[in-house]
Design a protein around this ligand. Structure first.
Ligand SMILES: *[C@@H]1O[C@H](CO)[C@@H](O)[C@H](O)[C@H]1NC(C)=O
Ligand SMILES: *[C@@H]1O[C@H](CO)[C@@H](O)[C@H](O)[C@H]1NC(C)=O
Ligand SMILES: *[C@@H]1O[C@H](CO)[C@@H](O)[C@H](O)[C@H]1NC(C)=O
Ligand SMILES: *[C@@H]1O[C@H](CO)[C@@H](O)[C@H](O)[C@H]1NC(C)=O
Length: 961
């Protein structure tokens, strides 16, 4: 008896608590229980690109109205006002990057109103990433990071209602299986989008399979409920766009006034709903009431939607109920009807919106920007780790956030894709460059933290090492270089340092002289920058995992030799070699074979550059930022003989090719490695003064591999997708664009193979790949002089530094071995290549090295080959976030023995951190996963399945404190 009042109070309290936190998915309007009645779900939403025609901040403020008269701040303001007027109304917000801008630009009162509307269920937060990332050109490391950033901020602002359940990728130009896999692992219950191949769309409409279960990973068995929209876009039914930007008539429902149109509107709306319902498995119909930057004046939308709902109830004779809804409520409604859904196993690439509109150009648009994004990403990983290892302060964290946000921003589907306007791309580059330069401060604070007695700590980063430029050291004879390795394994490879002298002595962290080679910089007319150093030092370094080492350069002595020899005209064949391989070149200067020394097996390979001319008529579908559409299906060859220079030496053996004024390349056999590196320099792509011709430059690797029509490309750098030339797996392919229709995104790696041999390629930035029997083709650079009619309204004509056209440098790694060796080596090599070492320079070696640890590893042991330390960053309070990834996938019979569950104990992994506790989280780090006991054993070890990513929040204690 005594307990009763207490229980009552508890119940009351719980009820109040619950009513304070009724998220959108808890407060759905009721659907009609009658199976004969269609329920139409009105989903008010806005699609706000973080940069495209205007920069992200111009969009936020509504600046530059002459470009587009919209401002995202007004969307938030007016939507909030309108929702407060009527509790039945709903809205769904997607892009966290904008939400954060609004939240941090407003005061407590406004913030609280937004929070209230999320916590009473009127607003559903969907998607949840900082941006709606692209799915072809974004790397999974960046996708996971940009999602984590968005989800972390949402949780901070909204608590449990800020943990989205609806995946929202409505605009990206094709959809990857790995993105579905990521959403599934983050605990989302659905995924929605608009753009799928027009032929697959036709089939799915006919089949009533617009909604299906997507099997997102063979290894993990993940699955996610997926819906492709009925309309070809994510806008409202025709005639029902009530935004102030739209031209449709409002609902005029006063009979005493001119223009009364209720009957007509109600009938047209019912017609649309019935038409759409005929293509759906259930009697639930999703209607997207909104589009790009809509709701700047939310009143014009809501007034009309209220009327539509009211009048549909009163006047429509059809069995239709119309309700305000959100994606999660719609999903619940569909699932409550238990439809029998089909499954999908492949992905949605390439995307075509019409016979000649294959969206495969953007895989390669803006190659230098794409390269910069990858570089920023690897610096971000390093900076986050240094923050944890040295326990840096709040200032460094805000420096880091600048790069976190910039790197997340450029994953947007108009950024990394290269489909924003030139000026907007400049803004992205500016933000990225700023973020990367903040890493310099993080590195310096890390060094002071780890070396409290050091005197002259200043290290500088040189962002243009790719062009052999590092001004701070260009006139120095002596300097120190700290080489950081963010990988959980040793970095054992050659680094190249710009240098002004002909000879050098290099010492390692123990002051022992180490082998180095000074070579002349490859001089090409494409790169005329006066700041380029005349020489480069090539030195083989060994950098400990998650750590750094220091090397010192001083003016040369005898061990140095310049071994450059130029090849005279008329020479017969040229060969270079290293410990593992011999590469042979023919009389025309083309690579023609590679011999594996151990087995003496010689494989035929020819690498050649070509270009396509793109369709450049205004009236027909042109090639442009999005679309690739060549004039002919045969690319044009560059016929001239290639001028060669050969560099040999104890470290570097390479052939330098000058193909023509726009293309040159270094093909090298890195010391100690069994692969080849192709460093290409492409551009400026020539532009005719009158009627310029669009050109798309490609490289082809022509081999003897009998791959027939099958090839493999990665999905966001993780799973492998099997591709068929001239065929699609989900629908009947029409061969309307034989080349463009067979291009697939290559984020990280791709390969072809037969029973014996495998030719694999690893790239340093997102590109496009096509493969035919034995041939792999990669698009490197493009310059398109016509807009391709998908909204950007600008030609893809990058001016480059001097206005004559962009020059881009990039690298391919080629692994050409038997299939078994490839299965073992490829994935570790991909992982290593992502974590490029970061170099930081100090002009004054003596002072810098005084009282300083010259080498350090954050790990007590190198990680096993199968394991990648995907994330190490500060989390809330004193905790850290860590992700481990099993890098092997079940990619076929050769990888069976690698794609097995492994068990690992990280307890004593970190040099200066003790792990006190583990909390397993879902991939997005915003939700707990199972109980920790089921994932981490008593001794602290976990089991990780092939391709699995395990996410933990760890509580750490600094050793010795
Ligand atoms: C469409 O229906 C056909 C015949 O039932 C089936 O074989 C096919 O897998 C379906 N395709 C899609 C994409 O729904
Ligand atoms: C790009 O920005 C610059 C500097 O703000 C401006 O002068 C130029 O007109 C802009 N170009 C376009 C095409 O908008
Ligand atoms: C690093 O590479 C060198 C040169 O190939 C080799 O001798 C050495 O064993 C390698 N070290 C490690 C740790 O892999
Ligand atoms: C070199 O790297 C920087 C920074 O990523 C980039 O802006 C620049 O375009 C690159 N240069 C070339 C020629 O690719």
């Amino acid at each position: 008896m005594k307990a009763l009042p207490f229980l009552l109070i508890l119940c009351l309290y719980l009820q109040i608590e619950k009513s304070l936190q009724d998220c959108a998915w808890d407060t759905c309007h009721e659907i009609d229980p009658d199976p004969d009645v269609i329920t139409a779900h009105l989903i008010p939403h806005t699609h706000d690109d973080l940069g495209w025609i205007k920069t992200v901040d111009q969009y936020y403020w509504g600046a530059k109205p002459e470009l587009v008269p919209v401002g995202v701040q007004y969307i938030y303001n007016t939507v909030i006002d309108e929702l407060l007027k009527n509790p039945d109304r709903r809205f769904s917000f997607a892009e966290t990057g904008f939400l954060w801008r609004w939240y941090t630009s407003n005061g407590d009162y406004e913030r609280h109103q937004l929070q209230k509307l999320v916590k009473n269920g009127q607003i559903e937060i969907i998607g949840g990433g900082w941006v709606q990332n692209d799915e072809a050109t974004s790397h999974y490391v960046d996708i996971v990071d940009q999602m984590t950033l968005g989800l972390q901020r949402l949780k901070q602002i909204f608590g449990d209602c800020g943990k989205p359940v609806s995946g929202w990728q409505i605009d990206p130009f094709g959809h990857s299986r790995e993105m579905a896999n990521i959403y599934a692992q983050m605990g989302y219950s659905s995924l929605y989008f608009a753009r799928i191949h027009y032929l697959e769309k036709e089939l799915r409409l006919k089949n009533k399979t617009l909604e299906f279960n997507w099997n997102a990973s063979d290894d993990l068995g993940t699955q996610i409920f997926t819906g492709a929209f009925f309309n070809d876009n994510y806008g409202p039914p025709e005639g029902f766009c009530f935004d102030s930007l739209c031209g449709d008539d409002p609902i005029m429902d006063n009979v005493d006034l001119e223009g009364y149109n209720v009957k007509q509107k109600v009938n047209a709306f019912a017609e649309h709903i019935k038409k759409q319902a005929a293509h759906q498995k259930t009697n639930q119909v999703m209607l997207l009431m909104g589009s790009d930057f809509q709701y700047t004046n939310a009143n014009s939308w809501y007034v009309n939607l209220d009327k539509l709902i009211k009048h549909m109830k009163t006047y429509s004779s059809e069995k239709i109920r119309v309700i305000y809804s959100t994606p999660a409520c719609y999903t619940k409604a569909v699932q409550s009807r238990s439809p029998k859904l089909s499954v999908k196993n492949d992905d949605f690439f390439p995307y075509a919106s019409g016979k000649h509109s294959y969206w495969t150009g953007y895989f390669a648009s803006r190659p230098a920007f794409k390269g910069m994004i990858r570089q920023a990403s690897s610096m971000l990983q390093l900076a986050k780790q240094l923050d944890v290892i040295a326990d840096l302060g709040p200032e460094d964290e805000s420096d880091l956030n600048i790069l976190r946000e910039a790197s997340a921003l450029v994953q947007h589907h108009d950024a990394v894709t290269g489909t924003a306007k030139e000026n907007v791309t400049r803004d992205y580059e500016k933000q990225l460059a700023r973020g990367m330069s903040e890493v310099e401060a993080v590195i310096n604070d890390f060094m002071s933290g780890m070396n409290p007695n050091g005197v002259e700590p200043k290290l500088v980063i040189c962002p243009l090492l790719n062009e052999t430029i590092c001004k701070p050291i260009s006139n120095q004879e002596e300097f120190s270089i700290v080489i950081f390795n963010s990988h959980g394994r040793y970095y054992n490879g050659t680094i190249r340092i710009p240098y002004g002298q002909k000879s050098a002595t290099v010492r390692d962290a123990n002051k022992n002289v180490i082998e180095s080679q000074v070579v002349e910089t490859f001089k090409v007319d494409q790169l005329k920058n006066a700041d380029r150093s005349l020489y480069e030092i090539h030195v083989l370094v060994r950098v400990p995992p998650l750590g750094y080492t220091t090397i010192t350069v001083s003016k040369g002595n005898s061990i140095v030799n310049v071994h450059s020899k130029s090849r005279k005209k008329g020479d017969a064949k040229v060969e270079i070699q290293n410990e593992h391989l011999i590469a042979g070149f023919d009389a025309q200067g083309y690579l023609s074979y590679v011999t594996e020394k151990a087995t003496n097996k010689r494989r035929s390979i020819r690498q050649e550059f070509f270009y396509y001319e793109g369709i450049d008529s205004k009236d027909d579908q042109p090639s442009g930022a999005y679309i690739f559409r060549p004039k002919t299906q045969q690319p044009i060859a560059f016929t001239s003989k290639i001028a060669l220079e050969v560099v040999t030496g104890s470290i570097t053996n390479e052939v330098r090719q000058k193909v023509n004024p726009w293309i040159s390349q270094q093909i090298r056999l890195p010391k100690g490695k069994n692969y080849l590196e192709f460093e290409w320099i492409v551009g400026p792509i020539p532009k005719e003064t009158k009627n310029p011709i669009t050109k798309e430059f490609i490289t082809r690797y022509i081999t003897d591999v009998q791959s027939k029509n099958v090839s493999f490309t990665d999905s966001n750098g993780r799973q492998v997708m099997k591709r068929f030339f001239g065929g699609a797996t989900s629908f009947d392919y029409l061969d309307t664009e034989p080349i463009a229709g067979n291009y697939y995104p290559l984020t990280s790696f791709g390969y072809i193979k037969d029973g014996n041999d495998q030719f694999s390629l690893i790239t340093d930035r997102a590109q496009g790949m096509m493969a035919t029997d034995g041939v792999v083709e990669i698009m490197l650079h493009r310059r398109c002089f016509y807009d391709d009619h998908f909204g950007v309204e600008e030609a893809l004509d990058e001016p480059g530094k001097d206005g004559n056209g962009l020059v881009a440098i990039g690298k391919h790694i080629i692994l050409f071995t038997d299939v078994k060796a490839s299965a073992v080596q490829l994935r570790p090599l991909v992982s290593e290549n992502f974590h490029q070492p970061v170099l930081a320079f100090s002009k004054n070696s003596e002072k810098f090295e005084f009282n300083r640890k010259l080498e350090y590893s954050g790990l007590t042991q190198e990680l096993p080959l199968y394991l990648n330390l995907l994330t190490l960053e500060k989390w809330h309070k004193k905790n850290s976030l860590v992700r481990f990834e099993h890098i092997y996938h079940n990619d076929g019979p050769e990888s069976e023995q690698l794609a097995v569950a492994e068990s690992f104990n990280p307890k004593n992994l970190f040099t200066n951190l003790d792990i006190l506790s583990f909390k397993p989280l879902l991939l997005g780090a915003n939700k707990q996963k199972g109980s920790s006991k089921s994932i981490v054993s008593k001794t602290g070890s976990f089991t990780i399945r092939s391709s699995e990513i395990l996410t933990f929040e760890i509580e750490v204690e600094r050793k010795g404190t």
